[in-house]
Write a new protein. Structure first.
Length: 614
């Protein structure tokens, strides 16, 4: 191992510091796996003596030598033990802000790189370049520079423009007359969202093969749904380990899915102490650091804050006073646990989608007409502009079906063109390429200004606006959801305005019922995940209201643009004759519906009066 060797005495002379000997020993101990058999020594039984105290011990000793001023506390020791647990391949560090998650990942993998610089590749991912520099990359850069200041022989050449610490010097890498660095060894910052707010992920790094591959996935809750698949692909390397970091937001986002306990989220509802559990994802472990259990609150009580970088009482009190203990801000910033109490109020769930076979891509169409519907969820600012099309028609069994095709994110910025012009040109190109007429193109018109006018100018005035605002319609909820009408003295189909508080709720639940009716196929993962994240709330009159988009963005850090796109497509299909249906039990009689409806209505009335909770 080139780095672990002691530097030559000629270079350091009589000034060779004692710390340098100790550092070389700890690095060698880590390279040997934390424990090794010492040659030339025998125990009473004749076997070679086992030396070393385990990886966690020697990493901690190396940390003390490189950064002697760093704090060591209960959370630090727990994270170190889990990251260096024998056989560990995936560790999730989850908790509120100011809990040291980023620091623990940064120093661990930086030390690992120092030990094996020639055959170690560390990828450090976050949302965008700004997020990288502020969080994980900024922490690694600071620690690397501090270590180099103490021991200048440590490996790495800092390249700020490419967010990398490369192992090789250019003089070591000549190939003919070209000078290149081997970018398979080193530490590399990887922004997963580009300047167009488009998710690009880890795709270009998935093919890298290296003896020791490491990944730090920062801000995992804000990543795309495909992020975990990329991690699973990278795990095919000979020696792969990852640390996934984030503030808990939603059980269905990538962080929530990576941290999901083997027993399910309900087993860890309302925890108030720092907890560790086994995860379903990659058979890993999750460390949930709970803010109100901060080491700053450990006895003995002191007036001075013991660990300034960790969450403290003053921060918690400020959030509590400003937002209240029941607020989302208090839950996310002060406690840092997953909100699992509202899982029952999600528009869709992965279980519903699995039962509805939405991931299947095959439909055997019948001989009738098949429609192509193009949908557009337009956006000009921070949200994504999503466009794409679906097919709907009747299958060979006579059932109306929808087949979704993967949508795309439409860039909205182009030199010397307005966003409306760019979007309109992209939509026209998509539709003409698939043979979709303007009359079957549907777009969100909520606060979209001149988009409809631009579509009419560039293409056609026959496109269809869909206004998300306003009241729900009087269309039937589905083909078999009935209520008993006391005035008519008979049952009838329930109307959407009797079940939903507004039109956007109607649009989203139309998708859910179609899924439950087994009428949807080919639904992309990003659409499923966003549908699973959005909550609905019960209203006093028994109707349902979808949480506002601003509330969801605050809670999970993203807008549900992909699901909005698909809801527009389904609305377009409904306007062209698609009927959301379910197979009702034919054995239920009219009189059976009457008593059932009246019993349900009585229960709702009692709940609304507060006599008992639903």
């Amino acid at each position: 191992m080139s780095v672990a060797k002691k530097p030559s005495k000629e270079k350091y002379g009589t000034l060779w510091p004692v710390e340098l000997d100790e550092l070389a020993i700890e690095m060698k101990a880590i390279e040997l796996g934390g424990r090794w058999r010492m040659r030339g020594t025998k125990t009473i039984c004749g076997a070679q003596a086992i030396c070393g105290k385990g990886l966690a011990f020697h990493y901690e000793e190396m940390r003390k030598i490189l950064w002697p001023t760093l704090y060591s506390h209960r959370w630090h020791k727990l994270c170190l033990a889990e990251i260096r647990r024998p056989g560990s391949q995936c560790t999730v560090l989850m908790g509120p802000g100011s809990s040291g998650k980023t620091h623990e990942a940064a120093w661990n993998y930086l030390c690992e790189y120092f030990v094996r610089p020639k055959d170690t590749c560390v990828l450090v991912s976050s949302t965008d370049i700004r997020g990288l520099r502020k969080r994980i990359w900024g922490e690694i850069s600071k620690l690397w520079q501090e270590a180099k200041d103490r021991f200048d022989w440590l490996p790495g050449h800092y390249l700020d423009h490419s967010l990398s610490i490369a192992t090789d010097e250019l003089d070591d890498c000549d190939i003919g007359e070209r000078r290149v660095r081997d970018m398979r060894c080193g530490i590399f910052g990887v922004p997963c969202v580009n300047s167009q707010n488009t998710y690009v992920g880890l795709g270009k790094f998935q093919g890298i093969k290296q003896k020791h591959m490491r990944l730090v996935a920062d801000e995992a809750a804000l990543m795309d749904s495909s992020f975990l698949k990329a991690i699973a692909n990278m795990a095919q390397n000979e020696d792969f380990q990852c640390i996934i970091i984030g503030n808990p937001s939603d059980p269905y986002d990538p962080l929530g899915r990576a941290a999901e306990p083997v027993e399910g989220w309900q087993a860890y509802n309302d925890i108030i102490k720092t907890t560790v559990w086994n995860t379903k994802f990659m058979s890993g472990r999750c460390v949930n650091l709970i803010g109100i259990d901060s080491p700053n609150f450990d006895p003995p009580a002191e007036k001075k804050v013991r660990y300034p970088c960790l969450i403290k009482a003053a921060s918690i009190e400020l959030v509590k006073k400003t937002f209240g203990e029941q607020s989302f801000e208090y839950e996310s910033q002060c406690i840092g646990r997953m909100r699992v109490g509202t899982l029952g109020r999600r528009v869709i769930t992965h279980e519903i989608c699995e039962q509805g076979h939405v991931s299947d891509t095959e439909i055997i169409w019948g001989p009738g007409q098949k429609w192509l519907i193009y949908g557009l969820d337009s956006a000009y600012g921070g949200d994504r502009c999503v466009g794409g099309y679906i097919e709907f028609g009747t299958d060979i069994m006579g059932k109306q079906m929808i087949l979704a095709h993967k949508p795309r994110i439409i860039p909205v910025s182009e030199k010397n063109k307005s966003p409306e012009q760019v979007i309109s040109a992209a939509v026209m190109e998509d539709c003409m390429g698939e043979g979709i007429s303007p009359s079957n193109m549907f777009h969100d018109s909520t606060g979209r200004g001149m988009l409809g006018t631009e579509l009419a100018r560039m293409w056609s005035d026959q496109t269809n606006p869909v206004e998300f605002g306003g009241s729900a319609t009087d269309r039937p909820v589905s083909a078999d959801i009935y209520i008993f009408d006391d005035k008519l003295e008979k049952r009838r189909l329930m109307k959407c305005n009797e079940r939903y508080a507004n039109f956007v709720t109607e649009l989203w639940f139309a998708v859910r019922i179609a899924i439950e009716a087994d009428q949807i196929r080919g639904l992309p993962d990003e659409v499923i995940d966003e549908g699973c994240m959005r909550e609905w709330n019960p209203m006093p009159n028994g109707r349902r209201r979808l949480e506002r988009k601003e509330e969801m963005k605050q809670r999970v850090g993203r807008s549900p643009d992909f699901f909005d796109w698909f809801a527009i497509c389904v609305e377009g299909a409904r306007r062209r004759g698609f009927m959301v249906q379910k197979l009702a039990d034919p054995g239920v009689t009219e009189s059976g519906y009457r008593w059932l409806w009246r019993a349900a209505k009585a229960a709702t009335d009692l709940a609304n009066k507060g006599i008992f909770s639903r």
